[in-house]
Ligand binder design. Structure first.
Ligand SMILES: [Zn+2]
Length: 189
C-alpha cells in the first residue's frame, strides 16, 4: 500500500510538471520589427518548435498564445501560476538601435530561474556561433510575477542583418528551439 502510494505520488508529481512556453508579444504588440520581420511572429514560430520537441519527449506543455493575439504580461505569469508545478520560458528576439549588437542572452530573477536560464543558455551557446552575451539577472515583469522557475531567452538580434537572416530560416529556428528544449529538459528532470 505504501509502495503503491509512492508510485502514484511519483506519477502524479511528474504529470504536474508543466512547461509554459511564452512567445513574446502578439497582436497589437508586434515587438521589434526590422527588414520585414516581426518579433511576434518569430517568437511564435520558435516557441511552437520548442513545444514539438518537448511533446515528443512526453513533457506536458502549455502556450500563453498559439496565434497572433495580444496577451497581457500579467496573464502570461498567471497562466503559469495556475499550475501546482510549472516553469515558464519566455521567448524573445533582440533589437539594438545602433545595429551593432549580436548574440544570445538569457535572463532570470530568482535562484531556480538562474538554474533554468543557465541550462538553456549553455546549450544555446553550444549550438550557435553567435556571441555569448551571458546569463543575466533582470526584473522583467513576466519573470518577477511567475511563482516557479522562469527564464527569458533573447534568441538573437533582429537589428543585425546576418543574425536576422539566420533567424528567418526554419533550420536556424529549429536549432535554437532544440537547444532551448534540451535546456528545459535537463533542468526539469
Ligand atoms: Zn521582445
Amino acid at each position: 500500500m505504501v509502495i503503491l502510494s509512492a508510485l502514484l505520488l511519483g506519477a502524479h508529481s511528474q504529470a504536474t510538471q508543466v512547461v509554459v512556453l511564452d512567445p513574446g508579444h502578439g497582436g497589437v504588440d508586434g515587438g521589434a520589427c526590422w527588414g520585414g520581420l516581426r518579433e511576434k511572429n518569430l517568437t511564435l514560430m520558435i516557441a511552437q518548435r520548442v513545444e514539438s520537441v518537448l511533446r515528443s519527449r512526453g513533457i506536458r506543455t502549455v502556450m500563453t498564445r498559439r496565434s497572433d493575439r495580444f496577451v497581457p504580461l500579467y496573464a502570461r505569469a498567471a497562466l503559469a501560476n495556475g499550475f501546482r508545478s510549472a516553469v515558464l520560458i519566455s521567448i524573445h528576439c533582440n533589437a539594438d538601435p545602433q545595429h551593432e549588437a549580436r548574440g544570445i542572452e538569457t535572463f532570470y530573477t530568482g535562484s531556480s530561474g538562474y538554474r533554468l536560464a543557465r541550462s538553456i543558455h549553455t546549450r544555446l551557446d553550444h549550438r550557435t556561433s553567435t556571441p555569448n552575451r551571458g546569463v543575466k539577472r533582470k526584473g522583467f515583469s513576466v519573470l518577477l510575477n511567475t511563482r516557479g522557475a522562469a527564464a527569458l531567452v533573447e534568441c538573437g538580434f533582429m537589428t543585425s542583418r546576418s543574425e536576422r537572416m539566420l533567424l528567418a530560416t526554419a533550420a536556424y529556428q529549429q536549432r535554437i528551439a532544440r537547444a532551448i528544449a534540451d535546456g528545459i529538459t535537463a533542468s526539469i528532470r
